[in-house]
Design a protein. Structure first.
Length: 146
């Protein structure tokens, strides 16, 4: 599912904190009539999956967490800051190169599609709100709330 501020979802993210996203995930489960689910979360999605499981443990059969946020205060602050701020091809290429072992895998199309997405109405504001809520001062805000 696309979370608020991501993909094809609405770009309004409210406070942009874990509560907003956990509520969106729970609402999606309810809308789809899913009584019990296996949640898989990558990065921020991992922290959201944990939040959903903590709030509604009876609805979560299992958790699979991949490089989950929310498990400690550390975060790749320069990546987050760079991604949010990048507006040009070269900037975005440098940021995206940090996601892979071989920077040659970052294609021109990937860079341009990422920048095109960031230019959609509401995306930049959503990214800034999420970054402030989740990673103030270059640290994870959510981890100590668990």
């Amino acid at each position: 599912m696309d979370l608020p501020g991501h993909g094809g979802a609405e770009k309004q993210v409210g406070a942009g904190d874990v509560e907003v996203f956990a509520a969106a995930a729970a609402d999606a489960m309810a809308t789809l009539g899913l009584d019990r689910v296996h949640l898989v979360g990558h990065s921020m999605g991992g922290a959201i999956a944990v939040a959903v499981a903590r709030r509604q443990p009876e609805r979560v059969a299992s958790l699979t967490l991949i490089c989950a946020a929310g498990l400690g205060p550390e975060i790749d602050g320069p990546f987050i800051d760079g991604f949010v701020k990048a507006q040009r091809r070269r900037e975005m290429q440098q940021v995206l190169a940090g996601l892979v072992h071989d920077p040659a895998l970052i294609s021109r199309v990937m860079i341009e599609e990422t920048l095109r997405y960031k230019r959609l109405d509401g995306v930049q504001s959503a990214l800034e709100t999420i970054a402030r809520a989740w990673f103030p001062d270059g640290r994870q805000a959510f981890w100590n709330q668990q």
